[in-house]
Write a protein that binds this ligand. Structure first.
Ligand SMILES: Nc1nc2c(c(=O)[nH]1)N[C@H]1C(S)=C(S)[C@@H](COP(=O)(O)O)O[C@H]1N2
Ligand SMILES: [Mo]
Length: 315
C-alpha cells in the first residue's frame, strides 16, 4: 500500500462529492493515484466512470449518507479499545504496509497476495450499504470494494468447502486493545459458503471514494449488509475455506447472545434488548428511531438462503 495519498479530511466535503459527478470522479481518481494502483487506473478508469453509484443510492430508498466524520469517529474495533472513539484515537498506530492476505484451506489454488495486487486482479466497485450494529444504531456508508465471490472463484473451492472463516490481525504492540484479553484474539468470523458467494457480500478497501481509514478496517475488511455489523470483520489477514462451521470470536465470548448467523432481524431480539428499531448515527438524539428492516432491507435478495430455517434458533 505504498504511496497511497492521504487526503486531509478538511479538503473534501464528502456529502458534496455525491452531488457533483465531476468531483466524485476526481475523488475516486485519488484512491487510484498511488503508483501501486496506477496499473489498475490505467486499465480500468473507463469502467469507473460508469460505476453504478447513483443508481445504488436511489435503490437505498434515498437514505442520506452518514458523514465521513461520523463514519470515522464512531466505531467498534475492540483491538483498539471498547469505546466508540478509541479506534479513531488509536488505530493510527497500526502499520498496514506491507499487508498480505491469504486465501487457503479447502481450495485447489490457494492465493497469498497484497491488497494492491488484489484490486488489480478484481475491479473495484462502489456499494452503498447500511451498517446496522446489534447495539441498535446504524449508518449508511458508501463502500468501495470487490465482490468476495470474485476472489473465491479464483481459488477454486473444493467439495469440502462448506464455510468460510475470516481471521483478523493479532499484533498487540500496535493494537493496544489486544493487551486486554476481553476477547480471544485474533478476532475471527465466519460465513456459510453460499453467504460468502452471495453477490451482496464484499471485501471493502475504501469508503467515500478513498482508501479505507484504519479505524474502519484498513486495508481490507468484510461487509455483509444483511447481517449485524459484528460479522463485518476488519483488518483481514486470512480467509480459510473449511468443512465445519467456524466458531466466531463473539460466539466464543457469549454464545447465548451472539449466534453464527447474526442476520438483521427485527423479530428476534437480543436477549437483553429489542432489535425492532434503530438510531441513525448523525441524526438528532430526539429524532424518532427508525424501524429495523428484515435482513436490513435485503429480504428479496437473501431470504432464500434461510428458507425453512427457524430464525429464532439460528440467530
Ligand atoms: N477485527 C474487528 N472487526 C470488527 C469489530 C472488531 O471489534 N474487530 N467490530 C465489529 C462491529 S461490532 C461493528 S458494528 C463493525 C463496525 O464497523 P465500522 O466501525 O466501520 O462502522 O465492525 C465489526 N468488525
Ligand atoms: Mo456492532
Amino acid at each position: 500500500m505504498t504511496n497511497i495519498k492521504k487526503i486531509p479530511a478538511s479538503e473534501i466535503t464528502p456529502e458534496h462529492i455525491y452531488n457533483d459527478r465531476r468531483n466524485f470522479i476526481k475523488n475516486l481518481g485519488l484512491i487510484l493515484s498511488s503508483s501501486a494502483l496506477s496499473t489498475f487506473a490505467n486499465t480500468s478508469f473507463g469502467a469507473l466512470n460508469s460505476l453504478p453509484s447513483f443508481a445504488q443510492a436511489k435503490n437505498h430508498g434515498n437514505e442520506k449518507l452518514t458523514s465521513l466524520k461520523d463514519i470515522t469517529s464512531y466505531n467498534n474495533y475492540y483491538e483498539f479499545g471498547t469505546s466508540k472513539s478509541d479506534p479513531h484515537d488509536h488505530a493510527d498506530l497500526l502499520k498496514i504496509d506491507p499487508w498480505s492476505i491469504s486465501i487457503e484451506g479447502s481450495v485447489a489454488k490457494p492465493l497469498k497476495l497484497d491488497v494492491d495486487e488484489l484490486i488489480k486482479l478484481i475491479p473495484i466497485e462502489e456499494r452503498i450499504y447500511r451498517l446496522r450494529c446489534v447495539e441498535g444504531w446504524s449508518m449508511v456508508i458508501p463502500w468501495v470494494g470487490i465482490p468476495l465471490n470474485s476472489l473465491l472463484k479464483k481459488v477454486s473451492p473444493t467439495g469440502n468447502a462448506k464455510y468460510v472463516e475470516f481471521v483478523s490481525l493479532k499484533r498487540p504492540s500496535e493494537m493496544i486493545g489486544q493487551k486486554d484479553d476481553m476477547l480471544d484474539w485474533p478476532y475471527t468470523e465466519g460465513l456459510r459458503l453460499d453467504e460468502a458467494m452471495h453477490p451482496l457480500t464484499i471485501l471493502a478497501v475504501g469508503l467515500y471514494g478513498k482508501v479505507l481509514p484504519k479505524q474502519n478496517g484498513a486495508p481490507i475488511r468484510l461487509v455483509v449488509p444483511w447481517k449485524y455489523g459484528f460479522k463485518s470483520i476488519k483488518a483481514i489477514t486470512k480467509i480459510r475455506l473449511v468443512e465445519k462451521m467456524p466458531v466466531s470470536t463473539w460466539m466464543k465470548a457469549n454464545s447465548r447472545e451472539y449466534g453464527f448467523y447474526a442476520n438483521v432481524n427485527p423479530e428476534v431480539d437480543h436477549p437483553r434488548w429489542s432489535q425492532s428499531t434503530e438510531r441513525r448515527i448523525g441524526e438528532s438524539l430526539l429524532a424518532p428511531r427508525l424501524k429495523t428492516e428484515m435482513f436490513n432491507g435485503y429480504q428479496k435478495e437473501v431470504a432464500h438462503l434461510y428458507q425453512g430455517m427457524d430464525l429464532n434458533r439460528y440467530f
